[in-house]
Design a protein around this ligand. Structure first.
Ligand SMILES: Cc1cc2nc3c(=O)[nH]c(=O)nc-3n(C[C@H](O)[C@H](O)[C@H](O)COP(=O)(O)O)c2cc1C
Length: 374
């Protein structure tokens, strides 16, 4: 307590230390989903006032030319984005630029509204710096979100992550699933700068999931009939084997609207955890890092820079972020690092990235992309 107050009084910008010593121990006493909902409510309120936006920006923002990029015609002030899942209903688009993020991916947004799984459905594994997520793709649905966002002007790039609703009738029928993806696309196609198709399908038998190559191919064939005007990313899961990745890449090569991959989503792999994980769901955070980095490297090497890769999974500091860039990522995303280390982590990552780029003689973040794979 005394330590945290001292940091505040001295104005030492060690946000993560204050969060770790003062705030996190309190937040972690309560149900994880309730805290997530509170944080979203507070963030939305703060975003609606220009005074709070400015105050937060003065604490958390950091700009540097070395972090500025233009990718697929989209201008990013820095590569550090909020991953899909934290702002499912797109309520934080106003506040996140002030928190220092370079962009965000809203969603995943389902075509039709979907309640998701029953509660509790979000758990912490502190010994592993991880979360177990069993939301079951809850979403208020693409129609409501589209109405809300249609007339907004965003201060940073927005990716829109779409998914098919996890309702039992849709889950059990691949064609209905495709129609729900297309419904989400049609409602949201004019919003944001890029689109991510999330092919993760919780509560779904493997044969009916869109992470099954045949269903993915069918889905892409239907998307190819649409007039797609934005770059499309496919979000992959870290548990794919190299053979499966090769098959996904082979299919993706047939569709010119696919411009990149988000690598990666949550893992189902419970092995090597320190905690005795009894919860059902996908695991985020540190346990994803190695797998997603391996996959990033593999895809970058295999596709020789043809696709834009977004590195996601287990970023807790600038070194983690830089490793993903050197493994082939042009952009980054995170959630769990922010939950464990606080919102100050974004500034710390961006500042740290500049130092690491300078140390290695790179002028811009894009110069370092794939440096360890070449
Ligand atoms: C609470 C929570 C909800 C998530 N929901 C989604 C989602 O709706 N769509 C999606 O593509 N990924 C979702 N994810 C996965 C994240 O986007 C990300 O891929 C994963 O957590 C790894 O990043 P991290 O280690 O920085 O958290 C979710 C993750 C968390 C922690």
């Amino acid at each position: 307590m005394v330590l945290g107050v001292k940091y505040i009084l001295l104005g030492v910008p060690c946000f993560s230390m204050i969060y770790a010593k003062l705030i996190k121990p309190i937040l972690f006493k309560f149900d994880a989903e309730k805290i997530h909902a509170r944080a979203t409510n507070t963030g939305e309120k703060l975003g609606n006032s220009s005074v709070s936006r400015k105050a937060i920006s003065s604490l958390y923002s950091y700009e540097n030319k070395k972090l500025e990029t233009e990718i697929l015609g989209i201008k990013f002030k820095n590569p550090t984005g909020l991953a899909a899942g934290f702002d499912k209903d797109a309520r934080l688009t106003k506040i996140l630029p002030s928190v220092g993020f370079g962009y965000e991916e809203v969603g995943s947004i389902a075509g039709s509204p979907c309640n998701g799984n029953s509660k509790p459905r979000l758990f912490r594994l502190p010994k592993d710096n991880a979360l177990v997520v069993n939301y079951g793709l809850c979403s208020i649905g693409s129609e409501i979100i589209s109405k809300k966002l249609r007339n907004l002007r965003f201060k940073f790039p927005i990716g829109v992550s779409i998914v098919r609703a996890n309702n039992s009738d849709i889950v059990m029928d691949v064609d209905k699933g495709i129609r729900d993806y297309i419904k989400a696309y049609e409602n949201l196609k004019d919003i944001g700068d890029y689109l991510t198709i999330n092919i993760s399908c919780p509560n779904t038998p493997d044969k009916l999931a869109f992470s099954c190559v045949d269903n993915f191919d069918k889905l892409m064939r239907e998307f190819s009939k649409l007039d797609i005007r934005k770059p499309v990313f496919i979000k992959l899961k870290p548990d794919f084997s190299k053979k499966e990745i090769d098959e996904f890449l082979k299919i993706s090569d047939r569709y010119s609207f696919i411009k990149g991959f988000v690598i990666s989503n949550l893992t189902k792999n419970n092995k090597n955890l320190r905690s005795n994980n009894l919860f059902k769901g996908g695991i985020s955070g540190k346990p994803v890092k190695e797998k997603s980095n391996e996959m990033l490297k593999y895809v970058y090497k295999k596709t020789k820079g043809k696709y834009v890769l977004i590195g996601c999974g287990g970023i807790f500091n600038a070194e983690d972020a830089y490793e993903k860039i050197r493994n082939g990522a042009s952009l980054l995303q995170l959630i769990t690092g922010m939950i464990y280390n606080g919102p100050g982590i974004i500034k710390e990552i961006n500042k740290g990235l500049v130092k690491l780029l300078e140390k290695d003689g790179f002028n811009n973040v894009l110069d370092a992309v794939g440096a360890d794979v070449r």
